[in-house]
Design a protein around this ligand. Structure first.
Ligand SMILES: Cc1ncc(COP(=O)(O)O)c(C=O)c1O
Length: 444
């Protein structure tokens, strides 16, 4: 048994021998770092080293760590109740959260299903789409159409719509549902002030596939504006608008996975708010929308799937007139409370100007990386800064280099990227970028 007197080495030895980490081997041969505390934008390791956090704990901790207002919200909710089942019972934190989500997302989205994680919220979205078509007597509409280069989670239904090459298809080929994959968007987006290379022909492949398969397609599912884990690609809003129009034309539902893009990360509150005109923004809505990650600002695991009246009514008029899902920790009051407080904190700030400030800091801070040998591309959108290399990084080598340089950056594949907490000040942001560049210069 481990106790408080265990040395750092003993703790890490137990960790590497017994505890699975994300996408890790067992025993884990890759160095893991023990965090003692996290405050603001700093992570403090057990050995005393301090790291500037460039990851927001996988893009979630937008207000930084140990935030007094968020802490206080959880503490006061804890004194009332930590959890109650959501079957047959409800509570104010969940009602308040769902009311807010209905208010701040596109108007047609009126119904909310709360769940435990991003992957589960996508599972629920898929289930909603399938149940909707079943209730319409169209059982043949059971497939999904998605984009290459996408990522939607690690559970089985979500893996089946992740990128077919870089996802886990080859490993679980025999059990994954076979869906349809259109080409990834190649219409690069440089943000609201920048250019894109949009042309209507970018939608040709998707249109062809819909033309051929619409009778069996329940929904198109994709990440709006940014394909995250699948490659950190930013694509033009017109591509998304075009997909909405095609979904209407071919009578398939549109599911947007905003788990990574939600709550300001791309410079708009949601990825689906990027549009060339306010009118179009007002009109634009998916049929189903998934939120997670930033929803609780990295405090607790919680996700939400929203849908339109049309989808909800369709399901409720079906042969099985209930949505067949109900997690034990559904609508956890602590998580709902911290989500409510986080959204309030975000919306009461000049958050758009703040994201612009971070975007500018990332553009200035990362541009010199373009000069480094073997850097293929540097791109920035909102509070997302990406350096794409020619070759995948060797994590065993590069991860400790970031830590030695006092920053927490977790690359994957060819991508070294940062999504800093929104509270990162200009000085710290510039230091973070400088250190990323320094590490890459020595590494490459
Ligand atoms: C777009 C997108 N969808 C779904 C997920 C899965 O979320 P979770 O890890 O909370 O299950 C992620 C996680 O990175 C994501 O980026």
């Amino acid at each position: 048994m481990s106790d408080a007197s265990d040395s750092l080495q003993q703790l890490l030895a137990f960790d590497s021998q017994h505890i699975w980490h994300p996408y890790a081997a067992m025993p884990n041969p890759v160095e893991t770092f023990l965090v003692e505390k996290a405050e603001g934008v700093m992570l403090t390791l057990k050995d005393g080293r301090e790291l500037i956090d460039g990851m927001s704990s996988w893009w979630a901790a937008i207000h930084g760590y140990n935030h007094p207002v968020l802490n206080e919200a959880i503490k006061s909710q804890l004194d009332k109740m930590a959890h109650v089942m959501f079957g047959g019972l409800t509570h104010e934190p969940a009602i308040k959260l769902c009311k807010t989500l209905v208010e701040i997302t596109p108007e047609p989205l009126q119904k909310v299903f709360l769940s435990d994680s991003g992957s589960v919220s996508v599972e629920v979205a898929i289930k909603m789409a399938l149940q909707y078509w079943l209730s319409q007597g169209k059982a043949e509409k059971h497939r999904l159409l998605t984009l290459k280069g996408g990522y939607h989670g690690d559970t089985f239904a979500t893996m089946a719509v992740c990128d077919p090459v870089n996802g886990m298809h080859h490993l679980f080929d025999k059990v994954l549902t076979q869906h349809l994959f259109a080409e990834a968007p190649s219409c690069f987006y440089a943000g609201t002030d920048g250019n894109d290379n949009w042309h209507a022909s970018h939608l040709d492949n998707l249109k062809d596939m819909l033309q051929q398969h619409h009778h069996e397609v329940a929904a198109v599912i994709l990440e709006p504006i940014v394909q995250g884990t699948g490659g950190m690609n930013f694509y033009a809003p017109k591509f998304l608008q075009g997909i909405r129009e095609l979904c209407d034309e071919f009578d398939v539902l549109l599911i947007l996975d905003e788990i990574a893009t939600g709550f300001g990360r791309t410079g708009k509150l949601f990825g689906c708010n990027h549009s060339d005109s306010p009118e179009r923004n007002k009109e634009f809505s998916p049929d189903i929308l998934c939120l997670g990650k930033t929803l609780t600002a990295g405090y607790m695991t919680l996700a939400a799937t929203l849908c339109t009246d049309k989808v909800a009514n369709g399901i409720s008029q079906g042969e099985v007139p209930v949505l067949m899902h109900g997690p034990t920790y559904m609508g956890n009051p602590l998580a709902c409370t911290v989500a409510n407080t986080s959204i309030e904190l975000l919306l009461q700030q000049k958050w758009q100007a703040n994201i612009k400030r971070i975007e500018q800091g990332l553009i200035e801070g990362l541009q010199s990386a373009k000069e480094i040998k073997d850097v293929a591309d540097v791109r920035v959108l909102g509070a997302i800064g990406v350096i794409e290399l020619e070759q995948p990084v060797d994590m065993k080598t590069i991860q400790p280099m970031f830590v030695e340089n006092g920053i927490w950056i977790r690359p994957f594949g060819k991508l070294v990227y940062t999504m800093p907490p929104y509270i990162t000040d200009n000085r710290t942001l510039s230091l973070l970028c400088q250190k990323i560049n320094n590490v890459l210069e020595s590494y490459l």
